[in-house]
Design a protein around this ligand. Structure first.
Ligand code: PMT
Length: 396
């Protein structure tokens, strides 16, 4: 699994740095090409000579080599890496990563890394459980970093508790799991819709809804992180970043979303419709701003928009079609009804009655209903975790 993989091993200044030697040896033994980047403090704990002898490459620590002036490009390293593992990651390094404080080569490489980053924290138990460390860890998780949790045991301070860096064998296992997960959907094509649609009334007004796109984007990213080729049709949202494996098509109205979805449907293997599509649009769009003067009120005539899910449901051939149901009452009953009516294979129910579910939130609480009638209920989780649950169920 690791053969031929390019791995940047980042080492920061903690006593657990001695374990990084074993980690490096294991990675190289499994056929990975490893480039070590070490912080200035890291070198106080372990010598670059050992690391360079084991990796077969000069160890990078400074932005340039003092006597030759040779420049070390963190951007090139970031592009080269298939995976960056930071082990040990001290509280200070984790804090810098979470806040983008790029004052050493390890952090600039982290900020330039295009692929997955994995962190194995190591520190004293009080430092680990400090709210500031936990906040930074939560930020890294949110940024998509894999955290290989420290274990509990005897620490260098003599105290006993959580904070010991995970054993090198288990960090290697986590890296192997990551690469095998990456490969599970290789060659598969996925279409996802996300966000709201805006239906113009005049040049300054529209009918819209509160969808932020967070749920759909998390699903697109999750499929891409498992190696799938993803097309994401996104309504007007403010989210900028997506996984590099996601091709994004921006649309505004339900009609545009429908056209983009239909034209990308044919060769898709999985189609997830997480967008909150406006069911109605104004019959006509005024060319200039509608004025208030001279009227007591106004009537806006609305016409039905296409139902994208139902349209694709009728076109379905080999595709697995997954819809969402956003409900306020008779939740399960309505979800079953939509599943059947739109010819879906699964429907993901989220209810606006759940305080941790629905529009704009970072969390969601779902029940996945299958075409055979099975209902799988999940606790509230981050949308990233919810996306994992959905992909685990539908893409087996
Ligand atoms: O974007 P976030 O802020 O993260 O919020 C996420 C979400 C709440 C928008 C998402 O989890 C969700 O529930 N999306 C579906 C919302 C919705 O429109 O549900 P619905 O029950 O009205 O529609 C049922 C299904 O048909 C959905 O898959 C929907 O995308 C689809 N549909 C609906 C109408 C329409 N004209 N065309 C469609 O394809």
């Amino acid at each position: 699994m690791l053969k031929g993989k390019h791995i940047v091993l980042g080492i920061s200044g903690g006593i657990a740095a001695y374990k990084s030697v074993m980690l490096l040896r294991l990675l190289v033994k499994r056929g990975a090409e490893v480039q070590v980047v070490i912080t200035p403090n890291g070198k106080e704990f372990i010598t670059p000579v050992t690391l360079s002898a084991l990796s077969g490459k000069p160890v990078v620590s400074e932005f340039f080599t003092a006597n030759t002036g040779e420049w070390h490009s963190h951007v090139d390293l970031g592009l080269w890496a298939d995976l960056m593992i930071i082990a040990p990651a001290t509280a200070s390094t984790i804090g810098k990563m979470a806040n983008g404080i790029a004052d050493n080569m390890l952090i600039t490489t982290y900020l330039s890394a295009k692929e997955q980053v994995m962190v194995a924290p190591a520190m004293d138990l009080d430092m680990w459980r400090h709210p500031s460390t936990q906040r930074n860890i939560a930020t890294l998780r949110k940024d998509g970093v894999i955290i290989v949790e420290p274990e509990a045991g005897e620490l260098a301070s003599g105290l006993v508790g959580k904070g010991r860096m995970e054993e090198p064998e288990n960090i290697v296992k986590a890296a192997e799991e990551y690469f095998s997960r990456m490969a599970t959907l290789k060659g598969k094509k996925v279409l996802v819709t996300a966000g709201p649609t805006f239906e113009n009334i005049d040049p300054v007004r529209f009918i819209g809804n509160y969808s932020s796109g967070k749920m759909g984007f998390a699903i697109a990213d999750e499929f891409a992180s498992r190696g799938a080729e993803v097309t994401l049709v996104a309504g007007p949202v403010s989210i900028k970043e997506t996984h590099p494996g996601v091709r994004r098509i921006d649309v505004r109205s339900a009609k545009e979303m429908c056209e983009a979805a239909v034209s990308n449907f044919g060769d898709a293997d999985y189609v997830v419709l997480a967008a909150a599509v406006a069911d109605y649009a104004p019959e006509s769009v005024a060319d200039s701003k509608i004025k208030r003067e001279g009227t007591d009120g106004m009537t806006l005539r609305l016409v039905k928009n296409p139902d994208i899910a139902a349209t694709l449901g009728c076109m379905k051939d080999h595709q697995k079609l997954i819809g969402f149901a956003l409900e306020t009452d008779h939740e399960l009953e309505n979800a079953h009804h939509k599943l059947e009516k739109k010819h879906l294979d699964w429907i993901v129910l989220n209810s606006l009655n759940d305080p941790e579910a629905g529009f704009m939130k970072d969390t969601n609480k779902i029940t996945i209903v299958s075409a055979s009638g099975e209902e799988m209920e999940y606790p509230a989780k981050s949308k990233r975790e919810v996306a994992k649950d959905i992909v685990d169920v539908v893409a087996v």
